[in-house]
Design a protein around this ligand. Structure first.
Ligand code: NAI
Ligand code: MG
Length: 396
């Protein structure tokens, strides 16, 4: 049976990298029908909604989405860019990708960071005798995607009943009790047992399936006792009960950010809440090539959406030919293939990417460490299309 995939190019370079990725999927023999889901800035401006209901319906129906990137702007700026007939009608901008995660409860975010041999952007360090070492990174970050500090439960000048509730906590009363309400900004960090268990189990299951020896909980349980502490405690219980063969490690986010440049090869699966997962995944992505290589999956019970980590890079959106690296988006498509049981095709594509990188003949501007500009092509950088072509060539 042929799959139907909802492709959501979005804005800017999202459109470019998604089209190239579909060519690669075709070349790998993945047969699917693609339907296009409207999302992003154009629809905000024209309709006052960057995530139209019809797109939500498409995803509900087909369950699998490939998403490029969108442009987001602060509320006030966004309001100014609305079509004249929509101005002043109370439309409020909110990010459609955050919206998708919430609507479909895509609570598990997976962000793999692995070294491609020969990638000139790979992290290197000095060894004990001053020699250059290039550790092989193979880390998969599991980030809780819907709760924690990003759940939007926050106030400036909190309402009376909220303030009263906070005052019932002795630490709040002692430290902030005399601060006028208008001078308070509060963002809350809420973890539920259900979502925490889901992200932990997904992490352990991945470690088991793909042969990683350890799962690291990367939080701050000694200080943030209730949320981080709960996650670590639950991890211990889950490990003891169901994954005795997998080692459970515990790192603090701050120390982890320091250690990841010291011994990144030591880590396997890492699991964290929303904010710390966001931070640690960007940290590891920087060791393996940065935004041109960083892919992610957003997975719920029913729906899954795959995307590169990067945004719409408006600076490069109009470049003709386009210069950006399509590999992050292609990697996201590989994660989609894994998710729907097409692992062989995913492996084939990853092998093709590895061959192109190792050979080093075709390199987009980021791989050449150039500053992004239209003239990088004249200076020898590959276009986005040439990079995709090189990968397709290796698939043959
Ligand atoms: P960005 O990720 O779009 O670009 C930052 C810089 O990274 C670019 O200027 C470019 O130098 C480099 N870069 C990004 N993707 C690349 C690629 N594939 N190949 C080579 N180089 C690449 O982030 P920025 O500039 O902070 O945000 C631009 C817009 O994108 C904003 O409106 C922001 O809100 C939105 N955004 C959307 C995201 C999404 O759709 N998931 C995620 C991040 C930002
Ligand atoms: Mg981020």
């Amino acid at each position: 049976m042929k799959r139907t995939i909802v492709k959501m190019p979005g804005d800017g370079i999202g459109k470019v990298v998604l089209e190239e990725t579909i060519r690669v999927l075709d070349a790998a023999g993945f047969e699917a029908d693609y339907v296009e889901g409207d999302i992003g800035w154009e629809f905000w401006r024209k309709e006052g909604n960057p995530l139209p209901e019809r797109t939500i319906e498409l995803i509900k129906k087909h369950k699998i989405g490939l998403f490029g990137a969108i442009t987001s702007k602060p509320k006030e700026e966004a309001a100014k860019e609305l079509a004249p007939e929509l101005q002043g009608k109370g439309y409020i901008y909110s990010s459609p990708i955050v919206g998708l995660r919430q609507i479909f409860d895509l609570d598990i975010s997976i962000r793999p960071c692995h070294t491609y041999e020969g990638n000139p952007l790979n992290f290197i360090r000095r060894g004990t005798n001053g020699e250059i070492e290039e550790p092989k990174v193979d880390v998969v970050i599991f980030r809780q995607n819907t709760e924690g500090l990003y759940s939007g439960v926050e106030w400036s000048n909190p309402p009376e009943e909220v303030h009263k509730a906070f005052m019932s906590h002795p630490k709040f009363a002692k430290k902030f009790g005399i601060v006028p309400k208008e001078e308070l900004a509060i963002s809350s960090r809420i973890f539920t047992k259900k979502a925490t268990e889901r992200i932990l189990r997904a992490a352990f299951e991945h470690a088991k399936e793909y042969g990683y020896k350890s799962v690291t909980v990367c939080e701050k349980p000694n200080v943030i006792r209730e949320t981080s502490g709960m996650m670590y405690q639950m991890a211990k219980e889950i490990k003891a009960k169901d994954y005795p063969e997998i080692e459970l490690w515990n790192t603090n986010i701050d120390a982890q950010m320091m250690w990841l440049t010291k011994n990144p090869e030591n880590y396997g699966v890492i699991v964290a809440g929303n904010l710390f997962g966001d931070i640690v995944s960007d940290g590891f992505a920087g060791l393996v090539g940065g935004l041109g290589f960083a892919a992610s999956a957003n997975i719920g019970d029913d729906v899954a959406i795959f995307e590169p980590t990067h945004g719409s890079a408006p600076k490069y959106a109009e470049f003709d030919p386009p210069i950006v690296n399509p590999i992050a988006m292609i990697e996201a498509a590989c994660m989609m293939l894994d998710h729907i049981g097409e692992n062989k095709k995913a492996e084939k594509i990853r092998k093709a990417i590895a061959d192109v990188i190792k050979e080093g003949k075709v390199r987009t501007y980021d791989l050449l460490k150039m500053k992004g500009a239209q003239d990088v092509i004249k200076k020898g950088a590959a276009t986005t299309t040439q990079m995709a072509d090189a990968i397709i060539q290796k698939l043959k």
